[in-house]
Every structure is written in structure tokens, then in C-alpha cells.
Design a protein around this ligand. Structure first.
Ligand code: GLA
Length: 534
């Protein structure tokens, strides 16, 4: 009896509550509908990490920092702590996430990557569509801000001078994979390039190093040893092959946690990596700054201080020395903080002085001219590096490529070819293997070039004293039309002398008489002379 009464009461009171609750829900729903987010669903606000396994066996991480307000989604796509790109057109509607990330900035080409995602529990199933490529699918998981931070800073060593390794008494000559192949370099390409270096006559002309640039790296193994990725199945076997052709082989790394292309860097494993290179048989290391900036971002100009950068390079200089193997040490930090003043002190044989070269006249000339103010810092074993050659990559005329080769040789810059040696034309081969020009580059005195005053900004007259007492003279035409360029013998301390001058591109002596020499030089062209007093 009591219970049935209770039941009735309950039924009654439930009905009343139901009614009230229903009304309330309707009101809330109506309000939410107005805010266009009813019914409420998973809120995707937060930091997500998308791990994409790559074809070469690495895992690429991309972070999404998302903020959902109603159906609107804003935020950033992040490759690292300071490397974000805003997302646009972001929506989260009916469980489907959509947003766009724009790469590049006008006036340059802007590409839009479209991301679509659906929520499954605590995971986001994401498909990204890069224009013209197959869509990439992946699973993003929630992560913490800590995952975005660089690893803790390791103490830097006190500064000291690393003894000279005795290598690169003349500027290094060789080939590097980056300019032509970028991330498409692999074991096969390197082997074929080594072979082509021999068959093309480049080895005979003095080119010696076959250098693998970025993107060879795999993850570290359980003991922290660096591995090569699937593109390079056996580094030791590759080095043995290159050596069997009478050539030397080079490798690449960065002091930070990742390299410039986002592969495994040497951070926290400097000696271990140097030992691996030595064990595999490498003869040359290009050590490229990149992600160290995230660890040592000193305010002001945004770069690390000289002491920090020098200490980081010194650590690798010491590590290479400790291996006991002769390994050329190539510093690559784009000329930030004057590496020409401290490069030799960290055991460096060459140091990049500028940003990356591109295969066009403007970029090549900009990098080349930037060397003139710092020319005096070169000496045997220690060279300014205006970046690798673009000769033969197709973006300049052969006239301009001759200027490129001549300018680099006048500067005593490293001659590291960056083209496909297997398929180069005879004309490109002739430019790269011009022994008379190479002899200027490789002159044993290693003396700096001098800029001789010239009447027009579009003219560049350079002179460099050579070991045998002769003088290399370059008349460079920077203008878009042909022009006559003059060198006065008094300007190069050759006045009043009986002279013999040889044109190093035409391979013949030219007639010189009187107080000066004038030549008509083609647009973007050069006349390169070797002058001796008789
Ligand atoms: C930097 C260097 C280049 C090349 C790439 C590889 O940009 O300056 O020469 O090594 O990194 O990622």
C-alpha cells in the first residue's frame, strides 16, 4: 500500500520535474541554437600532435594548436615552438573539422594545404591535401605544451682553440647533393654521382669529395646511435664504394635537435655522431646551424651570441679531432656573427658566409659580392664559403655560369658542384673542368682577392696575387648589356712592365700593350686573365 502510494507520488513528481527539465532544456537549446552550436559535441580546443610516418622510415610531427568557439576554429599549425602558421577558414561542424594553412607569402607563390578531420574518441583522424599531391592521412592525438618545447639546454664547453686539422690547404672541391636533389638524394644517386665524377673528368680536374647533404638521417637506436634512413641502407658500404673510386665522401648534420630539413640532429650526441661518421669512413662534415636557434635564442638580433655559437661548433670540432680520422669541418651558419673571425679556432676548414644560393643571377652575384669585404680572412686551410655551385642546374645562361665559376675561383671559394653530373652537357662539363680557372681557385698561396676601383657600379675588376708571382685579373660585367671594361696596370702595380696575359676561358694569350687593357665583356659575362711580367 505504502509503496503504491509512493509510486504514484514519484510518478507525479517525475512528471513535474520532466516538464520543468524539458522546458529548461528547450530554453538552453534555443539559446545554444542561436549561438549555432546545439547540440554540443566534443570541443577540440587544445594542442594536438599528428605523427606522419614517412617513406624513408622517419616519423614527422606536426602540431595543431586549435581553439574552437561554436563552429568556428582558429589557431596555428606548428612545426616547433617558434614556427607556427595561422590556420584559416576553420570550422568544426557535425563532427567534421576543416581548416586551411597557407604556405608562402605574396608576391611569392602561396600554396594552400587543406586539412579535414573527424573526431574518434580522443583522436582526430586527419587528411591533409597539398596541391597536386596525394592526400596524406594520419591520426592526431592530444598533447601537452611541453612536447613543443626544445629539449633542455646542455652546458656549453669553455672556449679554447681546437688545433688546425691540417686539411683543405686549398679550397675543397667536390659535389654536394642539396642544390639539385634536396630530399630526393639516396644511395643510388650518390653512387652514380661518384661514378660520373670519375667518367666526366671532374675527378681528374681536381674534384674529390662526394657530399651527402640533409635527409639521410634516421632515428636514433636504443643506445642513442644515429642511424641512416631507408634511402641509405648501409653507410659504410657506400663510403667504401666511393673510396674505391679514389674519391672521398662527406656527410651532413646540425648541432640542434633537428636539421634544417627536420631530420635527426646531433644535439646531446655530438661525440657519438662524430664517432659514427668516422666508423663509417666519412671524410667531410657539413654542420648546419638550424634548430640550435631554438635553444640559444638570445634577444637583440635574435641569434645566439658569438660565444655560444663558437662553443657549439667547437664541441663538434673537438669531437671530430677525437675520432682520429681526418675529417674536413665545414661550418654552415650563414655568416651570422662573423664565423670568419672564429671559424679557424673551432677547427673549421670553411664557413658559409651568406644565406642559401639559388640558381639565378641575382642570388649568385649577391652571394659572391658579399665575400669581398671579408676576403682577407682566408688562408690555406680556412676558407670563406659563399655556398655551393649552381652551374648546370638550368637557371642561368652558360655565360652566367662562367661568371659564377670565375668569381668563385677569384675568391678562392670551395668549388662544390651542385648539378647532376650524370647528365650535364659538354658545355657545362667544360665550365666545371676548366683547369686554368681551377688553378686560380686552387692556387697554393691562398691569398685574398682585391677589388680594384672601377668607374661604374656595373663593373667589377678583381685581382688576386698567385703563388708564382703572376696575377689573376677578372673583369666582370654585372650589367644587362655588353660593355667595355678597363684595367689600368698602375692599379695592379704592373705599370711599366712587359706583360704576358692569357685569357683563361679562350685558352689563348691576348695582346697587351700600353698603360691599360680594355675588353668588351658580354652582359653578365667575364674576362678572366692570368697576367705575368716577362
Ligand atoms: C640549409 C643549408 C643548405 C642545405 C639545407 C639542408 O638551408 O644552408 O645548404 O644544407 O639546409 O636542409
Amino acid at each position: 500500500m505504502r509503496s503504491s502510494q509512493n509510486a504514484r507520488q514519484v510518478r507525479f513528481s517525475l512528471t513535474a520535474t520532466d516538464f520543468g527539465a524539458l522546458l529548461l532544456m528547450l530554453l538552453v537549446c534555443f539559446a545554444l541554437l542561436l549561438a549555432s552550436s546545439c547540440p554540443a559535441q566534443t570541443n577540440i580546443t587544445g594542442l594536438w600532435v599528428l605523427k606522419i610516418p614517412t617513406a624513408d622510415g622517419n616519423v614527422r610531427k606536426i602540431f595543431f594548436d586549435l581553439k574552437q568557439e561554436g563552429e568556428r576554429v582558429s589557431g596555428e599549425l606548428m612545426f616547433g615552438p617558434n614556427r607556427g602558421r595561422p590556420i584559416s577558414d576553420g570550422t568544426f561542424r557535425d563532427g567534421v573539422l576543416h581548416f586551411v594553412v597557407k604556405l608562402g607569402q605574396p608576391p611569392r607563390r602561396v600554396r594552400e594545404i587543406v586539412y579535414e578531420g573527424t573526431v574518434q574518441g580522443e583522436k582526430l583522424l586527419i587528411t591533409s591535401q597539398y596541391p597536386g599531391r596525394a592526400p596524406i592521412k594520419g591520426v592526431a592525438e592530444r598533447t601537452t605544451r611541453k612536447a613543443l618545447l626544445p629539449p633542455p639546454r646542455l652546458p656549453l664547453p669553455a672556449l679554447h682553440e681546437v688545433p688546425d686539422n691540417g686539411l683543405a690547404r686549398t679550397p675543397p672541391m667536390g659535389w654536394n647533393s642539396w642544390n639539385k636533389f634536396g630530399a630526393r638524394v639516396n644511395d643510388k644517386v650518390v653512387r652514380e654521382m661518384a661514378k660520373a665524377m670519375v667518367t666526366s673528368g671532374m675527378k681528374a680536374a681536381g674534384y674529390a669529395y662526394i657530399n651527402i647533404d640533409d635527409t639521410w638521417e634516421g632515428p636514433r637506436d636504443a643506445d642513442g646511435n644515429i642511424t641512416s634512413n631507408r634511402k641509405f641502407p648501409n653507410m659504410k658500404a657506400l663510403a667504401d664504394y666511393v673510396h674505391s673510386l679514389g674519391l672521398k665522401i662527406g656527410i651532413y648534420s646540425s648541432p640542434g635537435p633537428t636539421t634544417c630539413a627536420g631530420y635527426t640532429g646531433s644535439y646531446g650526441h655530438v661525440q657519438q655522431d662524430a664517432d659514427a661518421y668516422a666508423k663509417w669512413g666519412f671524410d667531410y662534415l657539413k654542420y648546419d646551424w638550424c634548430s640550435e636557434t631554438e635553444l640559444y635564442p638570445i634577444s637583440g638580433h635574435g641569434y645566439p651570441t658569438v660565444g655560444q655559437m663558437r662553443a657549439v661548433y667547437q664541441e663538434m670540432g673537438d669531437a671530430l679531432r677525437k675520432t682520429g680520422r681526418p675529417i674536413v669541418f665545414s661550418l654552415c651558419e650563414y655568416g651570422w656573427d662573423d664565423p670568419w673571425t672564429w671559424g679557424p679556432k673551432v677547427g673549421g676548414n670553411l664557413w658559409r658566409t651568406t644565406g642559401d644560393i639559388s640558381d639565378n643571377w641575382k642570388s649568385m652575384i649577391r652571394n659572391g659580392l658579399a665575400q669581398l669585404a671579408i676576403a682577407k680572412y682566408i688562408r690555406p686551410g680556412h676558407w670563406n664559403d659563399p655556398d655551393m655551385l649552381e652551374i648546370g642546374n638550368g637557371g642561368m645562361t652558360n655565360e652566367e655560369y662562367r661568371t659564377h665559376m670565375s668569381l668563385w675561383s677569384m675568391l678562392a671559394a670551395p668549388l662544390i658542384a651542385g648539378n647532376d653530373l650524370r647528365t650535364m652537357s659538354p658545355a657545362i662539363n667544360a665550365i666545371l673542368t676548366n683547369r686554368e680557372v681551377i688553378a686560380i681557385d686552387q692556387d697554393s698561396a691562398g691569398k685574398p682577392v682585391e677589388r680594384i676601383s672601377s668607374p661604374a657600379a656595373s663593373q667589377l675588376v678583381l685581382a688576386r696575387p698567385l703563388a708564382d708571382g703572376s696575377l689573376a685579373i677578372g673583369l666582370f660585367n654585372l650589367a644587362d648589356q655588353p660593355q667595355s671594361i678597363t684595367v689600368k696596370w698602375s692599379d695592379v702595380r704592373l705599370n711599366g712592365k712587359k706583360l704576358r696575359a692569357r685569357d683563361l676561358w679562350k685558352h689563348r694569350y691576348v695582346r697587351v700593350s700600353g698603360p691599360s687593357y680594355t675588353a668588351k665583356v658580354p652582359a653578365h659575362g667575364v674576362l678572366l686573365l692570368r697576367v705575368e711580367s716577362k
